[in-house]
Design a protein around this ligand. Sequence first.
Ligand code: ADP
Ligand code: MG
Length: 451
Amino acid sequence: MASGPEKKTFPSGSVLAEARNVSRFYHKDSAADVQVLDNISLTLHAGEIVGLLGRSGSGKSTLLRILAGLLPPSSGEVLWKEQPLRKPTQDIAVVFQSFALFPWMTVEENVALGLDARGVPAAERDKLVDDAIDLIGLGGYENAWPKELSGGMQQRVGLARALVVHPDLLLMDEPFSALDVLTAENLRTDLIELWSEEKLPVQSMLIVTHNIEEAVLMCDRIVIASSNPGRIAHVLHVPFVHPRNREDAEFRQLVDHIYALMTQRAPIVSEADLARRGAPQGAALTRSFRALVPVSITMMIGMMEALAAPPLNGRADLPVLAEKLQLELDDLFPLGESLELLRLAELEDGDILLTNEGVHFVLSDLDERKAIMGHALLHNVPLVRMICTLLDERPTHSIKAERFRSELEDSMSADYARQTLQTIIGWGRFAELFDYDEEGDRFFLEDETSE
Ligand code: ADP
Ligand code: MG
């Protein structure tokens, strides 16, 4: 590995970026604004790695874009070195989950792209590109095409392109989540090693993640966001030196603690919750469409069965259950949330426990399970009830799915809406509440399923 580029020095601890009371709304139409961020205040200092941890949909990417100057806050402001930040600056570089490489450019050209806008003289440019490529372990791949590279190597190109400008702040949006487990771990370790050896030409990094262990492994400070709207719920200092060991008792303890913090509050507001809070009926219907993560029925059943069986007997520490089921912690959370949404399980202090209904489900045969699931869906997922009601009312017992997709888009982005509907289709089909015809993109009722 070549000697790293010289590091610009700010006194460690000096303030680089500061979000002050940042809120963000997405404007859907005159009837509906979706609030994604609520009054976020966050300071990033030189010399630290900060992790922004939160569930899918908690507004992490939105906040990252605002901190990068790519998106304006609806209210509040972002200061960059004490000056208002209103557009992207060369001092802040961003790495996205999706690599965002140009397929028609070689590795070298993709990396150089970071510099092109700056009008750097050719000789200096070549040197910077070479250094970034060497630093990040891409030496020998200068002339390769992105499609010839593995995902891990592609993300290294993404990192090199961000680092080539020697940004003061590196913002990373789930940079490892598209990679397989081993590749992701290699890249994390390499990055932390470079950081510890002060070879990275950056002053501070913000890593957006929904992976608790990743945050504990890499960060000096962890900011935990809650959802709907996104708020800062907790800020934790991570006291461990690098390199860190996931197996250390203290490491495990902190992971458990974060699990507990993140399961303190019911994460998904069901219609019943809204009613309890005294929201009017109509509001409950229109406001409680929540993004659902793609969780399969098979996985949910597997989890409930494992949870019910000895030695767990209905209650487990989430990390323990993850290990038993050989699930990444990241997969476990959406599963737990989905079961909680359906009131088949509850999350409490980092544990998951089956509800009576959940126990009943596990003890039942397939037909009865379908009935329990149908009941749970109708009661806890307003969109399912809406679909079923409309199907019942229609003489044709058939309805276009598109209408529900756009209904969902009033409260979430198009991607989340698609994903949410897909999840609902999987769950509803299992429960035989409705069927769905892919080709016609329609929901319909089999004759005997309508009551
Ligand atoms: P995260 O990165 O934590 O998953 P995001 O910042 O991507 O969260 O999104 C937070 C919420 O904002 C989601 O509910 C999403 O549907 C919504 N959202 C994001 N982008 C848009 C957009 N362009 N229009 C409307 N809603 C959006
Ligand atoms: Mg995101």
